[in-house]
Write a protein that binds this ligand. Structure first.
Ligand SMILES: NC(=O)c1ccc[n+]([C@@H]2O[C@H](COP(=O)([O-])OP(=O)(O)OC[C@H]3O[C@@H](n4cnc5c(N)ncnc54)[C@H](O)[C@@H]3O)[C@@H](O)[C@H]2O)c1
Length: 246
């Protein structure tokens, strides 16, 4: 699966799923812009990629703020070239009872998880249109497929990501650009470990008796970003170890 000569942006590339996707896309040949709010974490991912002899640069900033997006993209285009692969992965989670969700918490959730991918895509898609080739992979959530008690602001933001995926896929299908989403379910990352989810207990009741690994996500991301997946668009590719089947 060669992405040689292409540049990929991975938002939230400093941790967990984003880091694994960044490392794998670099192995596939892409130059990676590792974009994260946490500059040290982004730099660590770059070190991992460079240690394997592959190419990456770290960019620190908010992937949901139009000003920050515009200024970082100027640097990425100058330093790595036009962006032909975009992984909208940056996100936050939240476990709050429905009646306790404040307008501020809801706005923050939607801004980072849903408006971020929207603004990022608006900002980079001109590169893909110019090339007549592009790959957008949105990281959604199995909570949007099943519903999730105590996570209405989170799961509804991710439901929006799935709808965004489908609409973008329809709008750009005849321009060489595919847009798909991967809803992870129960992947062992700092986000999951920082949540109220009991990792061992949940693993014990999982169909595969284990949590997913970030690398399980990266394999799906790599495929959807490849030429091999060129006839696949608007789709939802669950990576959840059989926890969600339909
Ligand atoms: N881990 C799971 O089981 C799971 C399940 C469902 C969905 N997801 C989704 O997968 C994605 C990655 O999750 P993870 O588990 O690897 O989380 P993580 O917390 O380990 O990593 C997320 C990264 O995104 C960065 N980030 C957050 N907001 C940002 C912003 N505005 N701009 C730039 N960077 C930002 C963080 O600094 C962090 O490095 C998220 O969108 C999450 O909602 C994860």
């Amino acid at each position: 699966m060669s992405l040689k000569g292409k540049t990929a942006v991975v938002t939230g590339g400093g941790s967990g799923i984003g880091r694994a996707c960044a490392v794998q896309l670099a192995r596939d040949g892409a130059a990676i812009a590792v974009w994260d709010l946490n500059g040290d974490a982004a730099a660590e991912t770059v070190s991992l990629i460079e240690a394997e002899g592959n190419k990456a640069k770290a960019y620190t900033g908010d992937a949901s703020a139009p000003d920050s997006i515009a200024s970082i993209l100027v640097r990425i285009r100058a330093e790595l070239g036009p962006v032909l692969v975009l992984v909208n992965n940056a996100g936050i989670t939240g476990f709050v009872a429905f009646l306790d969700i404040t307008p501020e918490a809801l706005e923050r959730m939607y801004r980072i998880n849903l408006m971020g991918p929207f603004f990022m895509t608006q900002a980079v898609i001109s590169d893909m249109l110019a090339a007549g080739w592009g790959r957008i992979v949105n990281i959604s959530s199995s909570s949007a497929q099943t519903g999730a008690k105590g996570m209405t602001h989170y799961s509804s933001s991710k439901g929006g990501v799935i709808a965004l995926t489908k609409s973008l896929a329809a709008e750009f299908a005849d321009r060489g650009i595919t847009v798909n989403n991967i809803p992870p379910g129960f992947i062992d990352t700092p986000m999951l470990r920082g949540s109220p989810v009991n990792l061992d207990a949940t693993a014990a009741t999982s169909p595969m008796k284990r949590a997913g690994r970030p690398e399980d996500m990266a394999a799906a991301c790599s495929f959807l970003a490849s030429d091999a997946a060129g006839y696949i668009t608007g789709q939802t590719l669950g990576v959840n170890g059989g926890r969600v089947i339909y």
